[in-house]
Design a protein around this ligand. Structure first.
Ligand code: PXG
Length: 290
């Protein structure tokens, strides 16, 4: 496996970052999670734009242009020869003296990891997922914007531990007012009649790339798409509920805190959006090999 590290492709076992890197010491950095479907990188521009926006928000200078970052991602996928893959670009503040001031760090560290993708079993989509509401609240925009995809995932990890403890696939995280924000690595949607609803990002949700694709798909299928706040009450009283994310794609939720959603089985709107999502991933993308 070849890893991109500061402008070079190196063998994975040789890809090392300093213990003085502020990404390691303070979680000071940003990342992305991108999929490659059949030799094409899905929504490369959207992911690279979000990476640069996240970096801008923390005043981190990425020592590459957007075009160079895209080329580095494509070159790293090519070097690994994978037609289906998961890509993880990481940009950290770089090595520097102890102390959290980023001024101690001369240059950002840029890493791009390409790995084989562990797709979820089909059963997962046929049966649907069970989720719980986490006691751990999502942080509010006045604390740290959830739109920054940063190397600080402890808030999400604490909620993920709650899900694991409860034997649930995911944990729904609420904002400080009790409105649904997102899951630990996915966005949340509910379906009510002909309306497909997801929380606005200001409740403390990442603007997921898959969320955007699901909203486009729902509109394409003739549903009314709304960004509205809602509580878990609206999840278990909805006709359908589903999650979106790069890893999970579009996955039905059938159970929330022990209560069945709708009929307790994946619904037709979720399945139609998932099908449309799959068609989009099969048709679009930046070719890795031209
Ligand atoms: N919310 C959060 C907090 C996320 O981390 C999403 C929503 C969905 O966004 P996308 O753009 O993927 O639709 C995410 C995405 C990983 C991994 O390795 C995490 C994500 C995506 C891919 C891999 O844990 N998080």
């Amino acid at each position: 496996m070849q890893v991109y590290l500061n402008g070079e492709l190196v063998e994975a076992s040789e890809a090392r970052v300093s213990v003085f890197d502020h990404g390691f010491l303070y979680g000071d950095g940003v990342f992305e999670g991108i999929r490659v479907y059949d030799g094409r990188v899905f929504r490369l521009d959207a992911h690279v734009d979000r990476l640069f926006d996240s970096a801008k928000a923390i005043e981190l200078t990425i020592p590459l242009t957007r075009a160079e970052m895209k080329e580095a991602i494509l070159a790293t996928v090519r070097a690994n020869g994978l037609r289906d893959a998961y890509v993880r670009p990481v940009v950290s503040r770089g090595p520097g003296a102890l102390g959290l001031d980023p001024q101690n760090c001369a240059r950002a560290t840029v890493v791009i990891i390409v790995d084989s993708i562990k797709v979820y079993p089909e059963e997962f989509y046929l049966k649907g997922l069970k989720v719980i509401t986490a006691a751990t609240r999502r942080y509010s925009p006045d604390v740290l914007s959830a739109r920054i995809k940063s190397l600080n995932y402890l808030n999400n990890i604490l909620a993920k531990l709650e899900a694991r403890r409860a034997g649930a696939a995911e944990a729904v995280m609420l904002d400080r007012n009790g409105y649904v924000a997102e899951c630990t690595a996915d966005n949340v949607f509910v379906v009510r009649g002909d309306k497909v609803i997801t929380p606005p990002t200001h409740v403390g949700a990442l603007r997921g790339v898959t969320r955007d694709v699901a909203m486009e798909a729902a509109r394409h299928l003739g549903y009314e798409v709304r960004e509205e706040v809602f509580t878990v009450f609206e999840m278990f009283t909805a006709d359908e509920c589903f999650l979106t994310g790069t890893a999970v794609e579009v996955a039905p939720v059938v159970w929330v805190d022990g209560k069945a959603v709708g009929q307790g089985a994946p619904g037709p709107v979720t399945l139609a959006i998932r099908q449309r999502f799959r068609a989009v991933t099969a048709a679009e993308g930046t070719p890795v090999w031209s």
